[in-house]
Design a protein around this ligand. Sequence first.
Ligand code: SAM
Length: 270
Amino acid sequence: MSRTLSQHRPRKRFGQNFLQDAGVIARIVAAINPQAEDHLVEIGPGEGAITAGLVDCGATLDVIELDRDLIPALLASYGLRANFTLHNADVLKFDFSSIRPSDSPRLRVVGNLPYNISTPLIFRLLDCTESIADMHFMLQKEVVERLCATPGSKLWGRVGVMAQYQCAVEYLFDVGPHSFRPAPKVDSAIVRLTPYQNSPWPACDRSGLRRVVQASFAQRRKTLRNNLKGLIDTPALEELGIDPQQRAETLTLEQFIAITNALSNATHYE
Ligand code: SAM
């Protein structure tokens, strides 16, 4: 027997913390500013807190929800809308290109994300930014701080470097635990990621950059010299004006790009 949305018992394993604060919901929808000509994708609509504000403007809306117990009530609320499509699927396995015809507008991806999958999901979405116009996410506040971090901060790491390489990243606003049912143990925040149409960075191979960043941060307390052993030698780092004794968290995005570009020039391989 299907349950109505209000009877649904939140499941921890699906990261279910449902938004219940009308003021916060309105603020999120206003930040997204959906337009009738948009193609929106909502990840984890849950009980539909944000969904109504998205579907009402007439935009094309695809929602991806893993918990099959939430499906009947979502269909009862929105299933008859011509602009609404529900996918009962795991977003980590979802093929975003399958819902975007080649000549159609790029996707606007939104969601109050299940916190347990947010970082792998962001990396996955960074792999298909050519299909994405922008992304608005509610995340654990610390993850938003990592996305927006600057060099020299303890929060500057893999996710911040890769996100800022591909997107303009904006910290929008904080949301406290009591805006959710049940209240999570941590603070949350809203972030906007807007993929660059024309990269502001010099030519750089993205998968090469990812390898360099991953190796550089492999052991945060170790120096670049140690973490990059086998990838680039000390003189090559010095040639780039980078002190091999530095730690990865002090390097700017431009310096990670410089290392990657030097590596694509085979003479610098160790
Ligand atoms: N959007 C709703 C809200 O703001 O109240 C629910 C947000 S809740 C934090 C996360 C939602 O993502 C839940 O509905 C959960 O079932 C769904 N979810 C969890 N893991 C998922 C996955 N791998 N793929 C798709 N949806 C998922």
